[in-house]
Structures are given as C-alpha cells and as structure tokens.
Design a protein around this ligand. Structure first.
Ligand code: ZN
Length: 137
C-alpha cells in the first residue's frame, strides 16, 4: 500500500520543523522559542508525547553537540590550532549555547525519526475506517 505522506516528505517536514502529518508550522507555540504545542493546530497530531519524546530529543541534541561542536574544538586544540585554555572557553560556551540553538530542531528531528521508522503510524497514512469498523483492527 502506498503512503499518502512518504518518508521523503516526513524527512523534509522534520528538517523544516514542520508537522510530519500535515506540514504546518505548528510544532511550537506561536511567539515562543521553546514551548512545544501539545498537538498540531491544523491536523491534531499529538506532538507533546510522553517523557520519552523529550529524552530522545535531548539525547539527539547532546550527540549532535558533541560530534558537530565539542569534538572539532577538542581536535583543533590537540593539533595545535589554538591553546587548551581557548578550547576550554570556546567548548564551554558552545556546550551551553549550541544545544539551545539546536533545541527546536532536535524536537522536530526526534518526531521525524519516529515517523521515518513507523510511517504508517502517521494519522494521514492510516487506512480509511470502513463503515461499521473501528480503528482497533
Ligand atoms: Zn499537523
């Protein structure tokens, strides 16, 4: 069975911080930087899931910060591009600032990962419910 929302669309929407189900810019409360909407205002997809959703995004954010920011700073210090003192200062500031910059994306990426693995869990991809049938099949 073909998917109404493909994995490519799920990935594009996830990278653009949009709802994976309908593509609306509804993951975060309007006018806030870090407050996640409990559900999409357009299609009703549950965005704020259990605590595992937050921990997954946190882990993803931590991993990306380590690999993309802290590791290169450490390697540059080891190979003499700048002093360890400078590396400590830059790494310390970056270890706090980089996750804050990545916060919105990490929440969106985690949601995207879930639906990339299980695209049929997306409400738009559920089969239509026939008359007399319920969704618990
Ligand atoms: Zn939506």
């Amino acid at each position: 069975m073909n998917l109404k929302v493909t994995r490519g669309q799920i990935m594009a929407r996830g990278l653009a911080n949009r709802c994976p189900n309908c593509g609306a810019r509804s993951l975060f409360k309007e006018g806030t930087l870090f407050e996640v909407n409990p559900a999409c205002g357009e299609c009703g997809l549950k965005i704020e899931r259990d605590e595992g959703g937050f921990l997954g995004a946190l882990s993803l954010n931590y991993g990306v910060t380590l690999i993309v920011f802290v590791l290169p700073v450490m390697l540059l210090a080891i190979f003499g591009a700048f002093s360890f003192r400078t590396a400590s200062i830059v790494g310390g500031i970056g270890a706090i600032g980089f996750p804050a910059l990545l916060y919105r994306s990490s929440r969106s990426w985690w949601l995207m990962n879930y639906y990339l693995v299980l695209p049929r869990h997306l409400p738009a991809n559920l089969p239509p419910v026939a008359k007399g049938e319920d969704e618990n099949i």
